[in-house]
Design a protein around this ligand. Structure first.
Ligand SMILES: [Zn+2]
Length: 283
């Protein structure tokens, strides 16, 4: 089914690049055996996809999604994956290596949100724009972003990977997460500009986790009232197909939101960066 991708010159190059990166050592936690060429020996090198690519070339050739394993650990992993439906390997960073692990499924399912494992701090300042559906997050970013800034908007990414803006289809969402995660992972190498990351992140805990992962992050929480979000969803023909799910997400968001005076905004950092982070309502 996906064997064509394995036959490409790009795959041969990618495979060698990953083996070189991993210095021909099995990356299985605690293994480290020196890998051999060939296919028979339990120490034979296998370059494995942490998250199954399902024929998606972007995931297939993504260095961050690849690791070198010995045949022994690769085969054992595949057997456990077939049994569970996902890999239960925990990476050196303490998070599961597979994006299909239930660890990631919970928050994603509810909030369309999760922090990719092993994310490195951003090289440029990040503004995390949080709020329920239809609270005006995209508008806020459009009003504040400068040309050349990175804008990470999951709704737009869904469109980019072939879905619709509020697509709930699992394969669209999975492709969109893979795409978004790749952009997030490039932030560490950026040296100029600013990143605007749009998330729902209803709880301070989630926002704090993003800040800890990305470093140099300020948080903006939209303070659009619940009834205004609901009215906007009802009034928008484009949102019609997903209106019920969205309204439920709005209610859940406000339920999870605990009142906190500053709305999570780190005003001193914001001032230092010259950014206007007043809580905003769009009516
Ligand atoms: Zn091994």
């Amino acid at each position: 089914m996906t064997s064509n991708l394995y036959k490409t010159a790009e795959w041969r190059r990618t495979r060698i690049r990953i083996l070189t990166r991993d210095v021909w050592a099995c990356q299985w936690p605690g293994c480290g055996v020196v890998l051999l060429s060939g296919r028979k020996d339990p120490r034979s090198a296998v370059v494995d996809h942490k998250t199954p690519h399902n024929g998606d070339p972007a995931l297939f050739f993504d260095d961050d999604n690849l690791w070198s394993l010995c045949k022994h650990h690769h085969d054992g992993l595949k057997r456990s994956e077939e049994r569970l439906g996902y890999s239960d390997v925990i990476g050196p960073d303490g998070y599961p290596i597979s994006q299909d692990h239930p660890f990631f499924a919970g928050p994603r399912k509810v909030w369309g949100y999760s922090i990719p494992h092993g994310l490195k701090p951003s090289g440029v300042p990040v503004t995390l724009v949080c709020g329920p559906p239809a609270s005006g997050k995209s508008t806020y970013v459009a009003d504040h972003a400068a040309p050349g800034d990175v804008v990470i908007d999951f709704d737009l990414i869904r469109k980019k990977v072939g879905g619709t803006k509020w697509d709930q289809d699992m394969s669209v969402r999975r492709r969109a997460f893979a795409y978004r995660d790749r952009i997030l992972r490039t932030l560490k190498d950026r040296r100029s500009g600013h990143c605007w990351l749009i998330v729902t992140a209803p709880s301070c805990k989630e926002r704090d986790a993003w800040c800890a992962a990305l470093g140099n992050t300020i948080v903006v929480v939209m303070d659009t009232p619940e009834n205004v979000c609901i009215e906007r969803i009802d009034a928008d023909p484009e949102r019609h197909a997903s209106a019920n799910g969205m309204k439920r997400a709005v209610r859940e968001w406000f339920k999870a939101q605990r009142p906190r005076g500053d709305g999570g905004v780190n005003r001193s950092i914001a001032r230092a960066l010259g950014i206007d982070v007043g809580r905003k309502t769009f009516t």
